[in-house]
Design a binder for this molecule. Structure first.
Ligand code: BG6
Length: 489
Protein backbone atom coordinates (compact mmCIF):
# COMPACT_ATOMS: atom_id res chain seq x y z
CA UNK A 1 0.00 0.00 0.00
CA UNK A 2 1.17 3.50 -0.74
CA UNK A 3 0.50 5.58 2.30
CA UNK A 4 -0.81 9.05 1.64
CA UNK A 5 -0.18 12.03 3.86
CA UNK A 6 -3.28 14.06 4.46
CA UNK A 7 -5.06 16.49 6.69
CA UNK A 8 -8.81 15.87 6.80
CA UNK A 9 -11.39 18.48 7.69
CA UNK A 10 -14.71 16.93 8.52
CA UNK A 11 -17.88 19.01 8.79
CA UNK A 12 -20.43 17.05 10.75
CA UNK A 13 -17.98 15.28 13.09
CA UNK A 14 -20.56 14.78 15.84
CA UNK A 15 -23.06 13.22 13.44
CA UNK A 16 -24.34 9.72 13.16
CA UNK A 17 -22.73 8.93 9.79
CA UNK A 18 -19.32 9.97 11.13
CA UNK A 19 -19.60 7.57 14.05
CA UNK A 20 -21.13 4.70 12.20
CA UNK A 21 -19.26 4.82 8.89
CA UNK A 22 -16.55 7.45 8.53
CA UNK A 23 -14.38 6.84 11.60
CA UNK A 24 -14.40 3.06 11.17
CA UNK A 25 -13.56 3.45 7.48
CA UNK A 26 -10.71 5.88 8.05
CA UNK A 27 -9.50 3.60 10.82
CA UNK A 28 -9.37 0.63 8.47
CA UNK A 29 -7.36 2.65 5.96
CA UNK A 30 -5.03 3.65 8.77
CA UNK A 31 -4.70 0.07 9.98
CA UNK A 32 -3.98 -1.24 6.50
CA UNK A 33 -1.39 1.44 5.87
CA UNK A 34 -3.21 3.38 3.15
CA UNK A 35 -3.03 6.47 5.29
CA UNK A 36 0.40 7.49 6.47
CA UNK A 37 0.21 6.90 10.22
CA UNK A 38 2.73 9.58 11.06
CA UNK A 39 1.47 12.21 8.66
CA UNK A 40 -2.23 12.21 9.18
CA UNK A 41 -4.59 14.36 11.22
CA UNK A 42 -8.28 15.13 11.18
CA UNK A 43 -10.03 18.28 12.30
CA UNK A 44 -13.62 17.51 13.13
CA UNK A 45 -16.16 20.28 13.43
CA UNK A 46 -19.66 20.47 14.75
CA UNK A 47 -21.92 22.89 16.54
CA UNK A 48 -21.49 21.15 19.86
CA UNK A 49 -18.87 22.23 22.39
CA UNK A 50 -16.63 19.21 22.57
CA UNK A 51 -13.12 19.01 23.97
CA UNK A 52 -10.44 17.08 22.13
CA UNK A 53 -10.71 14.46 24.88
CA UNK A 54 -14.40 14.02 24.26
CA UNK A 55 -13.74 13.73 20.54
CA UNK A 56 -11.06 11.10 21.17
CA UNK A 57 -13.52 9.11 23.27
CA UNK A 58 -16.12 9.17 20.51
CA UNK A 59 -13.63 8.10 17.85
CA UNK A 60 -12.17 5.45 20.14
CA UNK A 61 -15.63 4.02 20.84
CA UNK A 62 -16.49 3.86 17.16
CA UNK A 63 -13.34 1.94 16.16
CA UNK A 64 -12.33 -0.08 19.20
CA UNK A 65 -14.15 -3.26 18.22
CA UNK A 66 -12.19 -3.34 15.04
CA UNK A 67 -8.80 -2.62 16.58
CA UNK A 68 -6.02 -5.12 17.17
CA UNK A 69 -5.39 -3.53 20.55
CA UNK A 70 -6.71 -0.73 22.71
CA UNK A 71 -3.48 1.15 22.09
CA UNK A 72 -3.98 1.02 18.37
CA UNK A 73 -7.45 2.58 18.68
CA UNK A 74 -6.13 5.20 21.12
CA UNK A 75 -3.22 6.03 18.89
CA UNK A 76 -5.60 6.48 15.96
CA UNK A 77 -7.95 8.71 17.99
CA UNK A 78 -5.02 10.91 19.04
CA UNK A 79 -4.81 12.19 15.46
CA UNK A 80 -8.25 13.78 15.82
CA UNK A 81 -8.81 17.42 16.77
CA UNK A 82 -12.12 19.04 17.49
CA UNK A 83 -13.27 22.58 16.76
CA UNK A 84 -16.67 23.88 17.66
CA UNK A 85 -17.77 25.61 14.52
CA UNK A 86 -20.71 27.63 13.29
CA UNK A 87 -20.60 27.10 9.54
CA UNK A 88 -22.33 30.41 8.89
CA UNK A 89 -19.84 32.45 10.91
CA UNK A 90 -17.00 33.63 8.63
CA UNK A 91 -14.64 34.28 11.53
CA UNK A 92 -14.71 30.63 12.46
CA UNK A 93 -13.10 29.76 9.16
CA UNK A 94 -10.14 32.00 9.96
CA UNK A 95 -9.63 30.00 13.12
CA UNK A 96 -9.99 26.79 11.13
CA UNK A 97 -7.44 27.90 8.58
CA UNK A 98 -4.96 28.73 11.29
CA UNK A 99 -5.52 25.39 13.01
CA UNK A 100 -5.15 23.54 9.71
CA UNK A 101 -1.84 25.25 8.96
CA UNK A 102 -0.57 24.45 12.42
CA UNK A 103 -1.49 20.76 12.14
CA UNK A 104 -0.22 20.57 8.59
CA UNK A 105 3.18 21.71 9.83
CA UNK A 106 3.07 19.50 12.92
CA UNK A 107 2.21 16.36 10.94
CA UNK A 108 4.09 17.41 7.83
CA UNK A 109 1.02 16.63 5.70
CA UNK A 110 2.61 18.55 2.84
CA UNK A 111 -0.50 20.53 2.06
CA UNK A 112 -2.70 17.56 1.15
CA UNK A 113 -6.21 18.38 2.28
CA UNK A 114 -9.43 16.45 2.14
CA UNK A 115 -12.59 18.32 3.07
CA UNK A 116 -15.53 16.13 3.90
CA UNK A 117 -18.99 17.67 4.21
CA UNK A 118 -21.42 15.42 6.01
CA UNK A 119 -24.14 17.70 7.29
CA UNK A 120 -27.50 19.25 6.43
CA UNK A 121 -27.41 19.90 2.67
CA UNK A 122 -28.45 23.54 2.92
CA UNK A 123 -24.97 24.27 4.33
CA UNK A 124 -22.90 22.57 1.61
CA UNK A 125 -22.54 25.74 -0.47
CA UNK A 126 -21.81 27.99 2.50
CA UNK A 127 -19.05 25.72 3.75
CA UNK A 128 -17.40 25.44 0.35
CA UNK A 129 -17.52 29.18 -0.22
CA UNK A 130 -16.02 30.05 3.14
CA UNK A 131 -13.29 27.44 2.90
CA UNK A 132 -11.86 29.19 -0.10
CA UNK A 133 -12.58 32.76 1.04
CA UNK A 134 -10.82 32.13 4.34
CA UNK A 135 -7.79 30.30 3.00
CA UNK A 136 -8.62 26.89 4.38
CA UNK A 137 -7.42 25.33 1.12
CA UNK A 138 -3.72 24.68 1.01
CA UNK A 139 -1.65 26.50 -1.56
CA UNK A 140 1.72 24.93 -1.12
CA UNK A 141 1.63 22.21 -3.72
CA UNK A 142 -0.54 19.62 -1.98
CA UNK A 143 -3.97 18.58 -3.17
CA UNK A 144 -7.35 19.99 -2.13
CA UNK A 145 -10.28 17.63 -2.52
CA UNK A 146 -13.87 17.93 -1.46
CA UNK A 147 -15.95 14.88 -0.57
CA UNK A 148 -19.61 15.66 -0.40
CA UNK A 149 -22.49 13.55 0.85
CA UNK A 150 -25.90 13.20 -0.65
CA UNK A 151 -28.41 14.63 -1.22
CA UNK A 152 -26.94 16.63 -4.07
CA UNK A 153 -29.89 19.00 -4.44
CA UNK A 154 -33.58 18.11 -4.48
CA UNK A 155 -34.21 18.83 -8.16
CA UNK A 156 -32.19 20.02 -11.14
CA UNK A 157 -32.45 23.67 -10.22
CA UNK A 158 -31.27 23.34 -6.64
CA UNK A 159 -28.55 20.89 -7.69
CA UNK A 160 -27.27 23.38 -10.23
CA UNK A 161 -27.27 26.13 -7.67
CA UNK A 162 -25.33 23.93 -5.29
CA UNK A 163 -22.93 22.93 -8.00
CA UNK A 164 -22.27 26.55 -8.91
CA UNK A 165 -21.64 27.34 -5.27
CA UNK A 166 -19.09 24.50 -5.00
CA UNK A 167 -17.59 25.53 -8.31
CA UNK A 168 -16.56 28.88 -6.91
CA UNK A 169 -14.12 27.13 -4.60
CA UNK A 170 -13.39 23.75 -6.16
CA UNK A 171 -12.94 22.56 -9.75
CA UNK A 172 -15.06 19.66 -10.95
CA UNK A 173 -12.03 17.38 -10.73
CA UNK A 174 -11.59 18.23 -7.05
CA UNK A 175 -15.18 17.34 -6.15
CA UNK A 176 -15.99 13.78 -5.04
CA UNK A 177 -19.76 13.26 -4.83
CA UNK A 178 -20.46 10.18 -2.73
CA UNK A 179 -22.92 7.59 -3.92
CA UNK A 180 -22.20 4.68 -1.62
CA UNK A 181 -23.70 2.21 -4.11
CA UNK A 182 -20.66 2.86 -6.29
CA UNK A 183 -18.53 1.53 -3.46
CA UNK A 184 -20.32 -1.84 -3.41
CA UNK A 185 -18.32 -4.82 -4.57
CA UNK A 186 -20.91 -6.21 -6.96
CA UNK A 187 -21.65 -2.82 -8.50
CA UNK A 188 -17.95 -2.51 -9.33
CA UNK A 189 -18.00 -6.07 -10.52
CA UNK A 190 -20.51 -5.16 -13.27
CA UNK A 191 -17.71 -3.43 -15.15
CA UNK A 192 -15.39 -6.40 -14.62
CA UNK A 193 -17.99 -8.93 -15.76
CA UNK A 194 -18.97 -6.89 -18.79
CA UNK A 195 -15.65 -5.77 -20.15
CA UNK A 196 -13.58 -8.74 -19.00
CA UNK A 197 -15.82 -11.26 -20.78
CA UNK A 198 -16.56 -11.17 -24.50
CA UNK A 199 -19.02 -13.97 -23.73
CA UNK A 200 -21.12 -11.52 -21.75
CA UNK A 201 -20.39 -8.26 -23.50
CA UNK A 202 -21.07 -9.82 -26.87
CA UNK A 203 -24.66 -10.42 -25.81
CA UNK A 204 -25.10 -7.21 -23.89
CA UNK A 205 -27.48 -5.57 -26.32
CA UNK A 206 -31.01 -5.52 -27.70
CA UNK A 207 -30.40 -8.45 -29.98
CA UNK A 208 -30.16 -10.82 -27.01
CA UNK A 209 -31.52 -8.98 -23.99
CA UNK A 210 -35.26 -8.80 -23.48
CA UNK A 211 -35.33 -6.57 -20.42
CA UNK A 212 -33.29 -5.61 -17.39
CA UNK A 213 -34.59 -5.37 -13.83
CA UNK A 214 -32.94 -3.42 -11.04
CA UNK A 215 -34.42 -3.90 -7.57
CA UNK A 216 -33.38 -2.10 -4.38
CA UNK A 217 -35.64 -3.60 -1.78
CA UNK A 218 -35.72 -2.58 1.87
CA UNK A 219 -37.38 -4.35 4.73
CA UNK A 220 -37.30 -1.47 7.16
CA UNK A 221 -39.59 1.55 7.14
CA UNK A 222 -38.46 5.14 7.67
CA UNK A 223 -37.28 4.46 11.23
CA UNK A 224 -36.07 7.73 12.81
CA UNK A 225 -35.46 9.54 9.55
CA UNK A 226 -38.96 10.75 8.72
CA UNK A 227 -37.88 14.37 9.20
CA UNK A 228 -35.67 14.05 6.13
CA UNK A 229 -37.48 11.28 4.29
CA UNK A 230 -40.95 12.78 4.23
CA UNK A 231 -39.59 15.80 2.41
CA UNK A 232 -37.64 13.61 -0.02
CA UNK A 233 -39.50 10.42 -0.94
CA UNK A 234 -38.17 7.27 -2.58
CA UNK A 235 -37.65 8.85 -6.00
CA UNK A 236 -35.13 11.34 -4.62
CA UNK A 237 -33.79 9.07 -1.90
CA UNK A 238 -32.94 6.05 -4.06
CA UNK A 239 -33.98 6.27 -7.71
CA UNK A 240 -32.37 9.54 -8.78
CA UNK A 241 -29.02 8.54 -7.34
CA UNK A 242 -28.34 4.85 -6.63
CA UNK A 243 -30.58 3.41 -9.31
CA UNK A 244 -29.46 5.86 -12.01
CA UNK A 245 -25.82 5.18 -11.20
CA UNK A 246 -26.33 1.45 -11.60
CA UNK A 247 -28.22 2.00 -14.83
CA UNK A 248 -25.40 4.07 -16.27
CA UNK A 249 -22.89 1.29 -15.56
CA UNK A 250 -25.21 -1.32 -17.02
CA UNK A 251 -25.85 0.61 -20.21
CA UNK A 252 -22.59 2.41 -20.97
CA UNK A 253 -20.38 1.60 -23.94
CA UNK A 254 -16.91 0.20 -23.33
CA UNK A 255 -14.67 2.93 -21.92
CA UNK A 256 -11.40 3.60 -23.74
CA UNK A 257 -9.63 2.57 -20.55
CA UNK A 258 -10.51 1.95 -16.95
CA UNK A 259 -9.52 5.47 -15.94
CA UNK A 260 -11.94 7.76 -14.15
CA UNK A 261 -12.15 10.22 -17.01
CA UNK A 262 -12.87 7.47 -19.55
CA UNK A 263 -15.42 5.64 -17.41
CA UNK A 264 -17.20 8.84 -16.52
CA UNK A 265 -17.50 10.03 -20.08
CA UNK A 266 -19.18 6.75 -21.09
CA UNK A 267 -21.55 6.89 -18.14
CA UNK A 268 -22.52 10.41 -19.13
CA UNK A 269 -23.05 9.37 -22.73
CA UNK A 270 -25.33 6.54 -21.61
CA UNK A 271 -27.36 8.83 -19.39
CA UNK A 272 -27.69 11.31 -22.23
CA UNK A 273 -29.46 8.69 -24.29
CA UNK A 274 -31.86 7.94 -21.44
CA UNK A 275 -35.31 9.04 -22.58
CA UNK A 276 -36.64 12.01 -20.62
CA UNK A 277 -40.40 11.51 -20.45
CA UNK A 278 -43.18 13.96 -21.13
CA UNK A 279 -45.57 14.31 -18.18
CA UNK A 280 -48.01 11.88 -19.79
CA UNK A 281 -45.29 9.33 -20.46
CA UNK A 282 -44.17 9.71 -16.85
CA UNK A 283 -47.70 8.89 -15.67
CA UNK A 284 -47.72 5.84 -17.88
CA UNK A 285 -44.25 4.53 -17.06
CA UNK A 286 -43.82 5.24 -13.38
CA UNK A 287 -45.69 3.88 -10.38
CA UNK A 288 -45.52 5.15 -6.83
CA UNK A 289 -46.58 3.58 -3.58
CA UNK A 290 -46.92 4.22 0.11
CA UNK A 291 -47.14 1.47 2.69
CA UNK A 292 -50.25 0.83 4.68
CA UNK A 293 -50.82 -0.86 8.00
CA UNK A 294 -50.03 -4.44 8.75
CA UNK A 295 -50.88 -5.80 12.20
CA UNK A 296 -48.77 -3.86 14.70
CA UNK A 297 -46.84 -2.16 11.95
CA UNK A 298 -48.20 1.38 11.58
CA UNK A 299 -48.92 2.69 8.11
CA UNK A 300 -46.47 5.29 6.82
CA UNK A 301 -48.83 8.14 7.68
CA UNK A 302 -48.76 7.10 11.33
CA UNK A 303 -45.02 6.76 11.67
CA UNK A 304 -43.29 9.23 14.02
CA UNK A 305 -42.88 12.67 12.47
CA UNK A 306 -44.91 11.89 9.38
CA UNK A 307 -47.94 14.14 8.73
CA UNK A 308 -51.22 12.20 8.61
CA UNK A 309 -51.97 13.45 5.13
CA UNK A 310 -48.49 12.80 3.73
CA UNK A 311 -48.38 12.00 0.02
CA UNK A 312 -44.71 11.05 0.10
CA UNK A 313 -43.94 7.88 -1.83
CA UNK A 314 -42.12 5.08 -0.04
CA UNK A 315 -42.04 2.99 -3.21
CA UNK A 316 -41.16 3.65 -6.84
CA UNK A 317 -41.25 1.40 -9.87
CA UNK A 318 -40.66 2.51 -13.41
CA UNK A 319 -39.60 1.73 -16.89
CA UNK A 320 -36.54 3.50 -18.28
CA UNK A 321 -35.63 3.52 -21.96
CA UNK A 322 -32.29 4.26 -23.61
CA UNK A 323 -32.57 5.57 -27.15
CA UNK A 324 -29.40 4.30 -28.74
CA UNK A 325 -28.33 1.50 -31.09
CA UNK A 326 -27.47 -0.89 -28.32
CA UNK A 327 -30.57 -0.51 -26.20
CA UNK A 328 -33.43 0.55 -28.46
CA UNK A 329 -36.63 -1.27 -27.37
CA UNK A 330 -35.13 -2.86 -24.25
CA UNK A 331 -37.06 -1.81 -21.13
CA UNK A 332 -35.05 -1.26 -17.97
CA UNK A 333 -37.45 -1.82 -15.10
CA UNK A 334 -36.42 -0.32 -11.79
CA UNK A 335 -38.02 -0.49 -8.37
CA UNK A 336 -37.23 0.43 -4.82
CA UNK A 337 -39.24 0.69 -1.66
CA UNK A 338 -39.34 0.62 2.10
CA UNK A 339 -41.15 -2.01 4.15
CA UNK A 340 -40.95 -4.64 1.44
CA UNK A 341 -40.57 -8.38 1.83
CA UNK A 342 -36.81 -8.39 2.33
CA UNK A 343 -33.62 -6.36 2.26
CA UNK A 344 -31.76 -7.01 -0.97
CA UNK A 345 -30.38 -5.40 -4.09
CA UNK A 346 -30.22 -7.36 -7.32
CA UNK A 347 -30.00 -6.92 -11.05
CA UNK A 348 -31.71 -9.39 -13.35
CA UNK A 349 -30.67 -9.43 -16.99
CA UNK A 350 -33.40 -11.28 -18.85
CA UNK A 351 -32.35 -12.77 -22.19
CA UNK A 352 -34.61 -13.61 -25.10
CA UNK A 353 -35.63 -17.19 -25.75
CA UNK A 354 -34.41 -19.09 -28.81
CA UNK A 355 -36.46 -17.94 -31.79
CA UNK A 356 -37.25 -21.54 -32.58
CA UNK A 357 -37.65 -24.22 -29.94
CA UNK A 358 -36.48 -27.40 -31.70
CA UNK A 359 -37.29 -29.53 -28.66
CA UNK A 360 -40.92 -28.52 -28.58
CA UNK A 361 -41.12 -28.89 -32.36
CA UNK A 362 -40.10 -32.53 -31.97
CA UNK A 363 -42.55 -33.08 -29.12
CA UNK A 364 -39.62 -33.53 -26.71
CA UNK A 365 -40.42 -30.62 -24.52
CA UNK A 366 -43.55 -29.84 -22.60
CA UNK A 367 -43.97 -26.15 -21.83
CA UNK A 368 -41.61 -23.39 -22.82
CA UNK A 369 -37.89 -23.17 -22.58
CA UNK A 370 -37.12 -20.63 -19.88
CA UNK A 371 -35.54 -17.25 -20.45
CA UNK A 372 -31.86 -17.22 -19.66
CA UNK A 373 -31.35 -14.83 -16.77
CA UNK A 374 -28.11 -13.45 -15.43
CA UNK A 375 -28.69 -12.28 -11.88
CA UNK A 376 -26.16 -10.11 -10.10
CA UNK A 377 -26.83 -10.10 -6.37
CA UNK A 378 -25.42 -6.89 -4.94
CA UNK A 379 -26.67 -7.30 -1.36
CA UNK A 380 -26.73 -8.89 1.15
CA UNK A 381 -24.55 -11.61 -0.42
CA UNK A 382 -22.37 -11.16 -3.49
CA UNK A 383 -23.50 -13.78 -5.90
CA UNK A 384 -23.88 -14.34 -9.63
CA UNK A 385 -26.34 -16.83 -11.06
CA UNK A 386 -26.66 -17.66 -14.72
CA UNK A 387 -29.93 -19.39 -15.35
CA UNK A 388 -29.75 -21.69 -18.38
CA UNK A 389 -31.74 -24.53 -19.92
CA UNK A 390 -30.16 -27.98 -19.95
CA UNK A 391 -30.96 -31.60 -20.43
CA UNK A 392 -32.68 -33.60 -17.77
CA UNK A 393 -30.64 -36.70 -16.94
CA UNK A 394 -31.99 -39.91 -18.35
CA UNK A 395 -33.36 -41.39 -21.50
CA UNK A 396 -34.62 -39.11 -24.23
CA UNK A 397 -34.31 -35.37 -24.41
CA UNK A 398 -36.26 -33.53 -21.84
CA UNK A 399 -35.20 -30.04 -20.85
CA UNK A 400 -34.85 -28.55 -17.40
CA UNK A 401 -33.35 -25.41 -15.82
CA UNK A 402 -29.64 -25.47 -15.08
CA UNK A 403 -28.10 -22.80 -12.83
CA UNK A 404 -24.45 -21.77 -12.81
CA UNK A 405 -23.82 -20.09 -9.47
CA UNK A 406 -20.89 -18.20 -8.04
CA UNK A 407 -21.11 -17.10 -4.43
CA UNK A 408 -18.51 -14.94 -2.79
CA UNK A 409 -16.46 -17.01 -0.32
CA UNK A 410 -15.91 -16.02 3.30
CA UNK A 411 -12.35 -15.11 2.39
CA UNK A 412 -13.49 -12.85 -0.42
CA UNK A 413 -16.05 -11.34 1.86
CA UNK A 414 -13.38 -10.59 4.45
CA UNK A 415 -11.29 -8.93 1.75
CA UNK A 416 -14.18 -6.72 0.66
CA UNK A 417 -14.00 -3.23 2.10
CA UNK A 418 -17.12 -1.37 3.17
CA UNK A 419 -18.28 1.15 0.55
CA UNK A 420 -17.11 4.12 2.61
CA UNK A 421 -13.68 2.66 3.21
CA UNK A 422 -13.23 2.06 -0.48
CA UNK A 423 -14.53 5.43 -1.57
CA UNK A 424 -12.50 7.43 0.94
CA UNK A 425 -9.45 5.51 -0.21
CA UNK A 426 -10.22 6.38 -3.83
CA UNK A 427 -10.54 10.06 -2.91
CA UNK A 428 -7.19 9.92 -1.14
CA UNK A 429 -5.67 8.50 -4.31
CA UNK A 430 -7.43 11.09 -6.47
CA UNK A 431 -9.39 8.42 -8.35
CA UNK A 432 -12.89 9.69 -9.19
CA UNK A 433 -14.09 6.57 -11.06
CA UNK A 434 -16.59 5.66 -8.39
CA UNK A 435 -17.96 9.08 -7.70
CA UNK A 436 -20.83 10.79 -9.48
CA UNK A 437 -19.83 13.60 -11.81
CA UNK A 438 -21.93 16.72 -12.23
CA UNK A 439 -23.09 15.76 -15.71
CA UNK A 440 -24.37 12.43 -14.42
CA UNK A 441 -26.13 13.96 -11.43
CA UNK A 442 -27.71 16.72 -13.49
CA UNK A 443 -29.00 14.31 -16.13
CA UNK A 444 -30.49 12.09 -13.46
CA UNK A 445 -32.29 15.08 -11.96
CA UNK A 446 -33.72 16.10 -15.31
CA UNK A 447 -35.10 12.60 -15.66
CA UNK A 448 -36.51 12.50 -12.13
CA UNK A 449 -37.91 16.03 -12.17
CA UNK A 450 -40.56 15.22 -14.77
CA UNK A 451 -41.86 12.37 -12.64
CA UNK A 452 -41.66 14.41 -9.48
CA UNK A 453 -43.66 17.27 -11.01
CA UNK A 454 -46.38 14.93 -12.19
CA UNK A 455 -46.56 13.33 -8.75
CA UNK A 456 -46.69 16.69 -7.03
CA UNK A 457 -49.64 17.63 -9.25
CA UNK A 458 -51.70 14.42 -9.28
CA UNK A 459 -53.16 13.23 -6.01
CA UNK A 460 -52.13 9.66 -5.18
CA UNK A 461 -54.34 6.93 -3.89
CA UNK A 462 -52.36 6.02 -0.80
CA UNK A 463 -51.73 3.73 0.98
CA UNK A 464 -51.53 1.13 -1.75
CA UNK A 465 -49.24 -1.66 -0.58
CA UNK A 466 -48.95 -3.92 2.39
CA UNK A 467 -45.77 -4.06 4.45
CA UNK A 468 -43.96 -7.30 3.71
CA UNK A 469 -45.16 -7.45 0.11
CA UNK A 470 -43.16 -6.50 -2.98
CA UNK A 471 -45.13 -3.28 -3.58
CA UNK A 472 -48.32 -2.16 -5.30
CA UNK A 473 -50.03 -4.22 -7.97
CA UNK A 474 -49.53 -1.44 -10.49
CA UNK A 475 -45.83 -2.35 -10.50
CA UNK A 476 -46.68 -5.83 -11.80
CA UNK A 477 -49.06 -4.38 -14.36
CA UNK A 478 -46.30 -2.12 -15.64
CA UNK A 479 -44.35 -5.19 -16.80
CA UNK A 480 -47.37 -7.28 -17.77
CA UNK A 481 -48.32 -4.59 -20.28
CA UNK A 482 -45.06 -5.37 -22.12
CA UNK A 483 -45.51 -9.12 -21.76
CA UNK A 484 -42.90 -9.24 -18.98
CA UNK A 485 -42.84 -10.05 -15.29
CA UNK A 486 -40.58 -9.45 -12.34
CA UNK A 487 -38.08 -12.27 -12.05
CA UNK A 488 -37.99 -11.83 -8.29
CA UNK A 489 -41.61 -11.98 -7.20
C1 BG6 B 1 -29.49 5.70 1.46
C2 BG6 B 1 -30.92 6.11 1.67
O1 BG6 B 1 -28.89 6.48 0.46
O2 BG6 B 1 -29.44 4.33 1.07
C3 BG6 B 1 -31.61 5.23 2.69
O3 BG6 B 1 -30.97 7.47 2.10
C4 BG6 B 1 -31.43 3.77 2.33
O4 BG6 B 1 -32.98 5.55 2.79
C5 BG6 B 1 -29.97 3.44 2.04
O5 BG6 B 1 -31.89 2.98 3.41
C6 BG6 B 1 -29.82 2.04 1.50
O6 BG6 B 1 -28.47 1.70 1.42
P1 BG6 B 1 -28.00 0.18 1.51
O7 BG6 B 1 -26.53 0.21 1.28
O8 BG6 B 1 -28.37 -0.29 2.88
O9 BG6 B 1 -28.76 -0.55 0.46
Amino acid sequence: ATATRALFMLFGATGDLAKRKLYPSIFNLYKKGYIDNKHFALIGTGRREWSNDKFHDVVFESVKDNAESEDQAKDFASHFYYMSHDVTNPEHYDALSEYANKLDAEYDAQGNRIFYISMAPNFFGTVAKNLKAHNCLSNNGGFNRLIIEKPFGRDYESAEELNNALGKSFNENQVYRIDHYLGKEMVQNIIALRFGNPLIEGMWNNKYIKNVQVTLSEKLGVEERAGYYDGAGALRDMTQNHTMQMLSILTMEEPVSFKDIDVRSEKIRALRSMRIYTPDEARENFVRGQYGKNGDQADYRHEDNVPEDSNTETYVAGKVMFDNQRWANVPFYVRTGKMLADKFTRIDIVFKKPIIDIFAAAGKQSGDLQNNVLTLFVDPVNKVILHLNGKKAGQGMEMQPLDLTHTQSDEEKAATPEPYERLIHDAILGDATNFASWDEVSRAWKFADVIRNVWDTDKPDFPNYTPGSMGPKAADDLLARDGNEWIKK
